[in-house]
Design a protein around this ligand. Structure first.
Ligand SMILES: O=C(O)CCC(=O)C(=O)O
Ligand SMILES: [Fe+2]
Length: 320
């Protein structure tokens, strides 16, 4: 299985520049998505229609945030009862049994405003007045594209209601939905940095939500696991988005679509060690109160609300 590569899927037939699908090539898109998501669970989306400026601005603002002094970044630290904010190196352990904390920093952006508690104080508006608007712009483009992908996925499974997945995500951006953009920053491994045994940039894990859209910079490191346990590279391809199935979607589809383990390894060469790496991950979630039931009508997994499922998963991941 070690020669498995991640499929390239051309999204032109339903990209954000179109009002409706292109009937000439839509079925090919549906078939390609079915093939990729039932085999590796990962694909590269090309011709998706998110403007490059939107992506570049979010990358630039995210880099400007990580370049701030530590004391400033710490003002924006994520608390343990919410999802927004900054998390410093080693605080997240994605593979706690086998590895020390991940050698990465990240910032989670969630646009929702809680009724009782606003989280605006966790946005770096003073230092970076354009941070919020650039994250928000990418978030909304990803939501639009995400809806189209979810529709294609439902059509691939020939669901009676092709908008079932889309309807389950209608609260994105509001208080009943945890869809998040995570800006990841992997610092360079300079000579004065002590890397612990088995420490890597991002430990082996699968994502928790429905689907993930991942924007990589031009630095390699992402790998996905094959069925035989080995890992293969998912190198950056300029202009593409890496899309993957996450855990609640695997459960929802009674294991038809596969949520695959992935990781980000330490740089292999001296030159890469001196480079930092950035990625932006859009983690899409169904609404918290939505009851996820197997779409094939089976009882392979009992129905569960998304918020109960998420709580179980988050509790295992953070060190406080
Ligand atoms: O940085 C990457 O390429 C992957 C990050 C990732 O898998 C995650 O944040 O869940
Ligand atoms: Fe991930």
């Amino acid at each position: 299985m070690a020669d498995v590569t991640t499929m390239l899927v051309d999204f032109s037939a339903y990209n954000l520049q179109r009002d409706s699908p292109d009937s000439n090539c839509f079925q090919k898109l549906v078939d390609d998505v079915y093939l990729a998501l039932t085999t590796t669970g990962f694909l590269y989306l090309t011709n998706h229609g998110i403007p490059p400026d939107v992506i570049n601005n979010a990358f630039q603002q995210s880099m400007a945030f990580f370049a701030l002094q530590d004391e400033i970044k710490m003002k924006y630290t994520k608390s343990d009862h919410s999802n927004q904010g900054y998390v410093q190196t080693e605080r997240e352990s994605l593979n706690p049994e086998k590895r020390p904390g991940d050698y990465k920093e990240f910032y989670n952006y969630v646009p929702k405003i809680y009724a009782s508690e606003t989280e605006d104080h966790l946005l770096p508006d003073i230092e970076l007045p354009e941070f919020k608007s650039s994250m928000s712009c990418l978030y909304h483009k990803c939501s639009e594209l995400g809806n189209r992908i979810l529709e294609v996925m439902a059509r691939a499974l020939k669901l009676e209601d092709p908008l079932l997945f889309v309807k389950a995500h209608q609260g994105i951006g509001g208080s009943d939905n945890d869809t998040t953009i995570r800006a990841n920053w992997y610092p360079p491994i300079s000579d004065n940095v002590q890397i612990k045994p088995n420490q890597i940039r991002c430990g082996e894990h699968s994502d928790y939500g429905s689907i993930t859209l991942l924007f990589q910079d031009n630095i390699e490191g992402l790998q996905v696991q094959c069925q035989d346990g080995s890992f293969v590279d998912v190198p950056p391809i300029e202009g593409s988005i890496v899309m993957n199935v996450a855990d609640i979607m695997q459960r929802w589809t009674a294991d038809k679509f596969i949520s695959t383990i992935h990781r980000v390894i330490m740089p292999k060469t001296e030159e890469l060690k001196r480079s930092h790496r950035q990625s932006l991950a859009y983690f899409s979630h169904p609404d918290n109160s939505f009851v996820v039931k197997c779409v094939d009508g089976s009882d392979k997994y009992p129905p569960i609300t998304n918020d109960v499922y998420l709580k179980q998963r988050f509790n295992a991941t953070y060190k406080y």
